[in-house]
Design a protein around this ligand. Structure first.
Ligand SMILES: NC(=O)c1ccc[n+]([C@@H]2O[C@H](COP(=O)([O-])OP(=O)(O)OC[C@H]3O[C@@H](n4cnc5c(N)ncnc54)[C@H](O)[C@@H]3O)[C@@H](O)[C@H]2O)c1
Length: 452
């Protein structure tokens, strides 16, 4: 079946305004908006419960040394924003599967943060175990995990063992087995008083914080429906034509969003941001969900086996519902937002602003932010002050919510969150991590794909 543009009456298909911007534009937005606000105060408020300790970090100096693992597009941007936004930090080591990714990332980093990059050849590490060599460097305080999420649980567990603080990109895993491993590692991190900050940056963005405070204080009445939308045209995000010299494994890693064992599919990889916002507003996770979806644009093997659209209804068990819509399809009208419907109004929030319509309208008047600079400052501050932040459990909740939705959509079965979290045996990891043959799993088919 071919992909037909689905249009809202009267709306012209447009490029999704919240798709990943070119790096320069994103950085300008972040750094400009940060300089206009006292974000340190805000981030301290967000940091949550904390217990005072000595505040000593590995280097024993004022400089926090960072190793980045995964030197791709977003990862490079993450490192640039971290280095530009936080005082007294230095990039000290880099690890990736491939040298070309380190080279292009390093070139960008040296342009954007020239005084804060200190990565000689001997601190560049390659391959599946490269990150372990970065972990073995005693001077490293913080490890940033910027790899596809399929590797996240194992990376986090090893890093807790090594006693390093972490920044983790979202999502936290791709299956329930991974989520359980992530949660176990997070518990160990608490015992070792390690900080883990995660890439759900909207948790630090002022327009989200102000709006959600108003909602919790009754501005839209009782909350009835939560909506999480990420509808965009990013069909080919990280698509690369396969080169003859690439093994199956190399091809899949370079084109990771198209393989569920690496990305979790786009409901997990992308919509987990907006699902996280719904759980945040609800102060809960759903009890059950039912999903529908398929692939109409991604019809060939070059697009792996992921879907291109999902519609999932989540039930929180108290009359509250979340409608989660995710599409990566050509020609669609872009819609990346959260809408929260109450008995007295509707609240809207995006990375560009927030407002309420209804009995008591409101509009966010400050400078909207992505929240990224605030997020990195919160991590550095928590380490310097010896007040650990561990955001891993809430990353696990948002990711598990999305995984349950994917499980339901792929199998055609209603899925209970608790069952999936505690009982699901789904483990998407390949038998071995090796740059060699790796057959592609078939496209999931509701009614045939088993719920495990
Ligand atoms: N927070 C956000 O708004 C946001 C936005 C975009 C992407 N992301 C997340 O950032 C992460 C990275 O995305 P990206 O766009 O940079 O992808 P990318 O493909 O550009 O980069 C990923 C890098 O990781 C490397 N890599 C893969 N497996 C590895 C391993 N086992 N060890 C070491 N390196 C490995 C790859 O070679 C590549 O260079 C993903 O989890 C994605 O979901 C978050």
């Amino acid at each position: 079946m071919s992909c037909r543009p689905s249009r809202v009456q009267g709306a012209r298909p447009r490029r999704c305004t919240h798709a990943r911007y070119p790096m320069k534009k994103q950085l300008q937005i972040t750094v400009d908006s940060l300089s206009r606000r006292g974000f340190m105060t805000r981030s301290a408020a967000v940091a949550g419960a904390a217990v005072a300790t000595s505040g000593v970090h590995a280097a024993g100096s004022d400089t926090l040394r960072i190793a980045m693992v995964g030197c791709g597009d977003r990862g490079t941007r993450d490192a640039v924003v971290f280095l530009q936004s936080v005082k007294g930090v230095e990039l000290y080591a880099m690890a990736d599967m491939f040298q070309d990714r380190i080279d292009s990332s390093l070139a960008e980093l040296r342009k954007s943060a020239p005084d804060k990059v200190n990565v000689p050849k001997e601190r560049m590490f390659l391959g599946f175990d490269g990150y372990k060599k970065a972990l073995a460097l005693g001077e490293v305080d913080i490890v940033m995990y910027l790899t596809p999420p399929g590797f996240r649980p194992e990376h986090v567990a090893e890093t807790v063992k090594a006693g390093k603080h972490m920044f983790l990109e979202k999502p936290g895993a791709v299956d329930a087995v991974g989520i359980r491993a992530l949660l176990a590692a997070a518990e160990e991190a608490d015992k070792k008083r390690l900080s883990i900050v995660v890439g759900t940056q909207q948790r630090y963005a002022p327009q989200y914080l102000d709006l959600i405070d108003l909602i919790w204080n009754g501005r839209i009445g009782d909350i009835r429906v939560l909506k999480a939308h990420w509808i965009c045209d990013m069909v080919d995000w990280h698509f690369h034509p396969r080169r003859p010299e690439w093994s199956d494994m190399e091809w899949q890693i370079r084109c990771w969003p198209f393989f569920t064992w690496l990305s979790g599919d786009h409901l997990v990889e992308q919509l987990c941001h907006n699902i996280d916002v719904c759980n945040w507003v609800a102060k809960a996770v759903p009890v059950a969900c039912t999903g529908l979806g398929g692939r109409q644009c991604r019809t060939g093997p070059e697009h792996g086996h992921i879907y291109d659209h999902f519609a999932v209804e989540y039930r929180y068990g108290n009359g509250l519902t979340m409608i989660a819509l995710a599409a990566q399809m050509y020609g669609v009208t872009g819609d990346v937002c959260n809408r929260i419907e109450g008995t007295k109004g509707v609240a809207y929030v995006t990375r560009g602003g927030a407002h309420i319509e209804g009995e008591r309208p409101w509009r966010y008047q400050g400078n909207p932010s992505s929240g990224e600079g605030e997020m990195y400052n919160a991590l550095a501050e928590s380490i310097r002050e010896g007040k650990p932040i561990n955001e891993c459990p809430r990353l696990a909740q948002a990711t598990m919510t999305a995984i349950a939705g994917r499980m339901s959509t792929y199998t055609g079965r209603a899925v209970q969150y608790d069952w999936a979290l505690k009982e699901s045996k789904e483990d998407l990891r390949p038998a071995k991590y090796e740059l060699g043959p790796l057959p592609v799993a078939p496209v999931a088919m509701p009614g045939k794909t088993p719920l495990v």
